[in-house]
Design a protein around this ligand. Structure first.
Ligand code: XMP
Length: 315
């Protein structure tokens, strides 16, 4: 284990000397951005504004959960509902990198508005090492351009501060536990959110399907872990595929959508092994997903690939 207390103290000192004015941070509720916000708020107090953008692409109950966390942490924050803007801009966008660019671009727009109003000159980001390593640095190949790395800084004309830049996820979790950040044990969730788990067109309807499927996967895994059937995987979720397939509904032919379940164990997200979820737990998920969304989903598959050759997310 690395020197958690030393890191916290040094980081607060460093942030205090670096940020000479107001700063803004995007908080998704994930462990990285919440730890970055907690450290910065300890360093500069109310000169920090945390902004949570409700893109309409978040998981079930997520916005209210994040509101509660920010309130508990006594951080100065704002929640912006930009869901209509996000869905309108993602219409007909299917390429994964294009989705990330569109989402990154919209974040800039929302942020610019907020930053201007707050008068902030600094932008704090919860970027961690794998984010920029996998986004390509001129030496490595771009695997996925994680949106908190691409674009934001230069176009916004603010000084970027990245207190967690050299850390890996397990180290960030150690700091979160030490700081009492509630999302310390939360599984990672990508910045572009459910948009990269919806391989079908990104519409409120399709996002609704993948949101419900993700909720069922999370809920059934939590239940199975409580029953001692399995350990909680490093990351676990559902993906909506663009493939329709034939099924039966009562005695009638159905033509419905496909959900893929993904669960992996990993240390830092750079490599991963698919989780050996017990068959009865997979069974419960499959039955619950197809029962809950009878008219939409008629097939559930389980992803049995490691990273590499696959990545964790499907896009
Ligand atoms: P992949 O899919 O590249 O994911 O194996 C590794 C880890 O990164 C997350 N991920 C992202 N996080 N913006 C993010 O902030 C992104 O665009 C993004 N894409 C993937 C993924 O959920 C996994 O934890």
């Amino acid at each position: 284990m690395f020197g958690t207390e030393d890191f916290i103290n040094e980081s607060i000192g460093h942030l205090r000397s670096k940020i000479r004015g107001k700063a803004i941070i995007a908080c998704s509720g994930g462990v990285d951005s919440m730890v970055a916000a907690a450290l910065t708020s300890r360093a500069i107090g109310d000169d920090l504004l945390a902004v949570y953008v409700d893109t309409g692409l978040m998981r079930k109950g997520e916005t209210e959960e994040v509101r509660g966390m920010l309130e508990d942490m006594k951080i100065n924050f704002r929640i912006i509902d930009a869901s209509e803007e996000f869905f309108a801009s993602l219409r007909n966008v299917t390429d994964p990198e294009e989705k990330r660019k569109v989402i990154g671009g919209l974040f800039i727009r929302v942020f610019e508005r907020e930053a201007k109003e707050f008068g902030s000159e600094y932008l704090v980001q919860g970027t961690i090492a794998p984010d920029w390593i996998e986004s390509g640095d001129g030496v490595r190949d771009t695997i996925k351009s994680h949106h908190n790395v691409g674009g934001l800084p230069k176009e916004m004309g603010m000084t970027v501060v990245e207190p967690l830049r050299d850390l890996y996820k397990d180290e960030v979790r150690d700091i979160a536990r030490a700081l009492g950040v509630r999302s310390s044990e939360r599984q990672p969730f990508p910045g572009p959110a459910l948009a990269v788990r919806c391989l079908a067109e990104v519409t409120p309807d399709n996002i609704g399907v993948v949101r419900e499927a993700c909720f069922i996967v999370e809920d059934e895994i939590a239940k199975a872990a409580r029953e001692g059937k399995m350990e909680i995987p490093w990351q676990y979720f559902a993906v909506l595929l663009p493939t329709k397939s034939v099924g039966v509904q009562g005695d009638r032919r159905a033509y419905g959508m496909t959900i893929a379940i993904r669960a992996v164990s990993s240390v830092d997200g750079m490599t991963a092994t698919y989780s050996r979820i017990p068959a009865d737990v997979l069974d419960r998920m499959s039955v619950r997903i197809t029962n809950t969304m009878k008219d939409r989903v008629n097939r559930v598959v389980y992803d049995i690939t490691n990273k590499p050759p696959a990545t964790i997310e499907w896009e």
